[in-house]
Write a protein that binds this ligand. Sequence first.
Ligand code: FE2
Length: 448
Amino acid sequence: MTVIQTPADWPTDWDPDSLVRRYDEVRAHTETLAAPLSPEDQTVQSMPDVSPTKWHRAHVTWFFETFLLADHEAGFAPFQDQYWFLFNSYYETLGPRFSRADRGLITRPGVHEVGDYRANVDDRVRDLLASLDGGTLDKLGPTIELGFHHEQQHQELLLMDIKHVLSRNPLQPVYAGAPPAPSTPDELGWVEVEGGLVEIGHDAVTQGPQGFCFDNELPRHRQWLEPYRLADRLVTNGEWLEFVADGGYRRHELWLSDGWARVNGEGWDSPLYWTERDGTWLEHTLHGTWPLDLGAPVCHVSFYEAEAFATWAGKRLPSEGEWEHAVETTVSTSSTGASVVEPVETPALHPRAAGPATGGLRQVHGECWEWTSSAYHPYPGFHAPAGAIGEYNGKFMSNQMVLRGGCALTSPGHARTTYRNFFPHSARWAVSGVRLADGGAPRLGGRR
Ligand SMILES: [Fe+2]
């Protein structure tokens, strides 16, 4: 059976009723997100990094079928033999799979057959959970919990991906809702942090919903931080416009070499979803295309752009240790002294302007993932679990940068302070933004 690395104090009192209830909630949320989309919407793949909505709905189902039912359902047989080939994402241990870049070619099964697949696996998972004895349930708890959080990750990906799909449609369709009224830019403040010998990484006793974390958040460990300060809010669209107007995308001295190659090779002159029309800047959102809100956080910028902006501003990006320690010590604390995640009840679908200053960090969860200066590497003592599930995170620990926080597309209850998101340096289709840092760690490239 699959064994998942878990924190030492992981809860072991798994209750079948609550697991089924949470299973149903997570699965229903995926269907709610897909509901506004037609079968045609759900089938398109607009670039190799994007997966069709239909594929996400099937893949998260395949995950429960593969990692839960296959080993533990009496008389298991797959719903469809070919689905194991179509809906395996990247697990080499499980055999060959269909090309990621060609997922848009999977016109069959259709959305209704994917719905049948989901319903079938849902029934079987509920039956399985109801039939397990306490000991088996305790052993399977971490796998089931991982399945919940995996599906939540794909809920965010589903929204990220459909945003890109709809952006390529000249009719500029709306996914849902309407944008909030334009906001007034709020003054940027700074939060001073003493640093010193601090701890980062997940602590199951005091952090996170149900004590869950991904393996890449472990183990909690010590890190030395020089005194530093962080901006108390995210960089706004208005500030990014100043960067554009000051030649930010035309001045090589602001860019790391690889970033400058991207600027020139891909013709970047603004964030991914901005367009200028008759002197007015517009932004594509899930609410449609609207005039840029100058007070809202800039989003859909790459690591290279974030880093160039910080250099232009005479600042730098925070390291992930600085970010985590600052949130733990300045946002809110529990009675044990550990950080408390701000609950995100409903994804906002687009980052919102900062509220009034608090003296601590604002916009930490629920607006934009924040690029850090930290490469996505294992923590000291990290080890991936055995078997296919060990491919979940560890094998991606090269050529990517860590992002922290959470975003307006992140599912309720999914974000936490120790969460390590990661994307390649040039990725722009995630809801990625910028928080500036100063003092402390050195600036990349040793520039001003
Ligand atoms: Fe996945």
